[in-house]
Design a protein around this ligand. Structure first.
Ligand SMILES: Nc1ncnc2c1ncn2[C@@H]1O[C@H](COP(=O)(O)OP(=O)(O)OP(=O)(O)O)[C@@H](O)[C@H]1O
Length: 457
């Protein structure tokens, strides 16, 4: 693409000689001899870069810089001055100038700076477009009440720095939720680093998370930064957090509490500022009860819980999701988008999708590949498994009680509530009783009645 450079200098001869050199380099050139003229040309011609003298009659270079940065924040401006002091250079940089070149001008330096500035601005533009594309890929599709509620919650909690535990069955979109939170947070410009906790071997956990120095162990052929280090000022996303060994959980807990660590084989303490998001498809209450998940880690991570609903509880989203997956697939393959016939849709709406959105997405991709015609009809759909749901890690309490009596439901709720509260206070009956506003003796009776005796008492 042809780039236009605006040269602003009150000395006609500088405009001319600079202009000729840059013209030879293949750029289009505009010139202005005053600040007023420069601002007018900026408005009319939208150049790609400005070379701007500081000393100008009327509106001076610094003022032009300020106004231009205000109106066109992405425009690179390179300041030039014959009486340059460090202070003016610092001031110009603070106002957003790309660079500062002293007069007499070195032609080599000018050419290099111009190339560098234009390359930077091209990369910034490209980066922006890529980010927009990625954000689209990570958009949470759906307009059902549970998804709207989830989106609303995300918009409330994302801008805070709160730690969030995202729960839900496999394939419901927990990772998308984590990305949405990061994107809507104040840390959006910094990285979100994902850690698949289930995939890291226990013996490598420290080196993965904290990094290592060269030669720290056999195979450590070079220094490596850890995930926490890479996520500094950004977000770390601990996926499958319940699939770590207890030993690994203890290690993670320590760093989450102290927010500092040492690289393996190093002795420098590294301090990090990270926001932690975690996700799991397991029922952590049960995992804790059965001793597979540390309570202290649970309380540390679960500052705000978010539940991603299974697809079967928001079937009205299925048509929209299908449309999106068909469109994404067509774009990826460079083929025309296929259309799902009414009869085909009716069959797919019937299915319970135990693998949730991931299963639906894979199924739609397969259908798009296998169906030769543009319209996908009922006879193109292979038989769907008629199974009941997989064992669900999360219960919907209301669903569970529709067949029982009110009394049973109330007792069951009371029992889980008390068990949870007792766990929170590590089995201490006095503290639990005080916290929930119940007489100690009364709590004792209930603990006995529900068989909730804790080991400590
Ligand atoms: N609401 C949604 N809109 C669009 N795509 C979605 C939505 N929910 C999930 N997906 C897609 O479904 C797939 C699974 O989503 P994701 O990986 O976020 O699920 P998950 O809950 O983290 O799964 P797992 O527990 O197995 O790690 C991804 O390809 C994702 O893009």
């Amino acid at each position: 693409m042809q780039r236009t450079i605006l040269i602003v200098d009150d000395e006609e001869s500088i405009c001319k000689s600079l202009g000729n050199i840059l013209l030879d380099e293949g750029y289009d050139i505009l010139a202005a001899n005053s600040g007023e003229e420069a601002l007018k040309l900026l408005d009319e011609e939208l150049p790609s870069l400005v070379l701007l003298d500081i000393w100008l009659p009327g509106i001076d270079g610094m003022e032009v810089l300020k106004t231009a940065k205000n109106l066109y924040p992405k425009l690179p401006l390179v300041m030039m001055s014959g009486h340059g002091t460090i202070e003016t250079a610092v001031k110009a940089t603070k106002l957003g100038a790309f660079d500062f070149i002293e007069k007499p001008l070195s032609l080599e330096k000018i050419i290099l700076t111009v190339r560098h500035a234009l390359e930077m601005s091209r990369l910034e533009e490209e980066n922006l477009l890529l980010r927009q594309k990625i954000n689209q890929d990570y958009e949470l599709t759906g307009t059902s009440p549970p998804i709207m509620e989830l989106k609303e919650m995300i918009s409330i909690v994302a801008p805070t720095n709160a730690w969030i535990l995202i729960m839900g069955e496999n394939g419901t979109g927990k990772e998308l939720v984590a990305r949405a939170i990061h994107r809507q947070s104040k840390r959006a410009d910094k990285p979100m680093i994902e850690v698949n906790c289930a995939a890291i071997p226990e013996e490598l956990i420290e080196s993965e998370l904290f990094g290592h120095e060269k030669g720290a162990f056999t195979g450590a052929t070079e220094k490596k930064r850890g995930k926490f280090d890479l996520a500094h000022e950004g977000t770390i996303f601990l996926d499958e957090v319940a699939d770590m060994s207890l030993k690994a959980q203890a290690k993670i807990l320590r760093i989450l509490q102290e927010k500092k660590f040492e690289r393996v084989g190093g002795n420098k303490v590294i301090q990090v500022d990270v926001r932690v998001l975690a996700a799991t498809n397991k029922d952590l209450e049960k995992e804790m009860e059965e001793g597979r998940f540390r309570q202290d880690l649970f309380y540390r991570l679960n500052v705000i819980p978010l539940m991603v609903p299974p697809l079967r509880s928001r079937k009205e989203d299925i048509p929209l999701l299908m449309e999106r997956f068909l469109a994404d697939f067509a774009l990826k393959e460079g083929e025309p988008k296929k259309i799902l016939g009414e009869d085909a849709l009716a069959i797919l709406m019937e299915h319970s999708w135990p693998g949730n959105v991931r299963e639906l997405k894979n199924f739609i991709e397969r259908l798009a590949i296998m169906t030769p015609s543009i319209v996908i009809s009922a006879h193109d759909i292979p038989p769907l498994p008629k199974e009941g749901h997989k064992v669900e890690p999360f219960r919907d309490p209301v669903q569970d009680y529709v067949s029982g009596s009110f009394r049973e439901a109330k007792m069951d709720f009371e029992k889980s509530y008390l068990a949870k509260k007792l766990r929170e206070f590590e089995g201490n009956i006095s503290k639990t009783a005080e916290s929930i506003g119940l007489e100690r003796s009364n709590l004792h009776k209930k603990i006995k009645a529900y068989g909730l005796e804790s080991k400590g008492e």
